[in-house]
Ligand binder design. Sequence first.
Ligand SMILES: Cc1cc2nc3c(=O)[nH]c(=O)nc-3n(C[C@H](O)[C@H](O)[C@H](O)COP(=O)(O)OP(=O)(O)OC[C@H]3O[C@@H](n4cnc5c(N)ncnc54)[C@H](O)[C@@H]3O)c2cc1C
Length: 302
Amino acid sequence: MSALDRLVTLSIPMVPKPIVRRISARYIAGETLDDAIRVVSDLNRAGAMATLDVLGEDVFERKQCTETVDDYLRVLDAIVAKKLDCNISIKATAFGLKLDLGFCHENIERLLRAAHERGIFVRIDMEDSSVTTVTFDLFRKFRERFPKIGPVMQAYLRRSLTDAHELLKLAPLNIRLCKGIYKEKPDVAFQDREVVRKSYANILEVLMRAGAYVGIATHDESCVYEGLRIADALALPREAYEFQMLLGVLPNLRKTLIDGGHRLRVYVPFGRHWYAYSRRRLNENPAIAGYVFKALLSANVQ
Ligand SMILES: Cc1cc2nc3c(=O)[nH]c(=O)nc-3n(C[C@H](O)[C@H](O)[C@H](O)COP(=O)(O)OP(=O)(O)OC[C@H]3O[C@@H](n4cnc5c(N)ncnc54)[C@H](O)[C@@H]3O)c2cc1C
């Protein structure tokens, strides 16, 4: 972390809410389901698929967990009603993973049943390394009854190559590969950007060669290139993989991939917990803190 990033990160608690909202507006569809539907419809019209995420994580109140299930049920109904090319992404801790495992499983099962009935795929996002194993266990527990489900793998984790080989035993596998966003200790995760890139390329090749359907989730040109190279080397049809990007990040790269005929999905977060989510992200990721600094500057000059 540079000295400037450290300074900005330390000052984040003092950033006024309207500024946080202004920064996050680019990355978050809005507070309501209508906001989210509007953004997804626009993306679909532009040739992109989407995945909707109801903001919330690390929830320790039962009521909030069941409200999250209800929010997602409304999302599923809207996807069907509006005929959107869209699936959902969920975070297990929003369903009570750190509160009560049995309760979390009940909540997720309720959602998976509803998604299954509507034929909608459910992606289980990967959170910090304290829940990696239980999150993969969740996938293993439900995958036979609800096959339209898939995990996420983080290339920065030292364990991920081994996990990839283990998960590939559960074919057919639909998996998202990302670098990983949480701050992790050196004994758990690679810290060097180049090593993370190498790990990303290596795991991607292992997964694609073995026939997994991979969501290549990155905005890093080097990782995008690896995806294109491996798909070409294996002569994979376009339906055998997809690229994935976050809402608001590098829309030009997104368009280039779509224009090249590749499947591309945009991750669209929304919901009333946008403020807590944005603050947490800003605290976690000094790179995003840099964007705060820029926005603060532009807010001051306007
Ligand atoms: C669809 C999707 C789903 C994800 N799901 C998870 C998950 O379940 N668990 C998890 O730990 N992480 C997840 N991530 C986050 C991921 O782990 C990385 O932290 C993030 O994508 C940045 O890594 P990168 O590969 O884009 O490379 P980077 O080298 O970090 O970024 C490449 C370039 O992209 C731009 N960029 C990247 N991120 C941002 C940003 N937030 N704001 C503005 N510009 C940016 C910058 O220009 C940067 O130079 C997901 C990412 C995507 C795209």
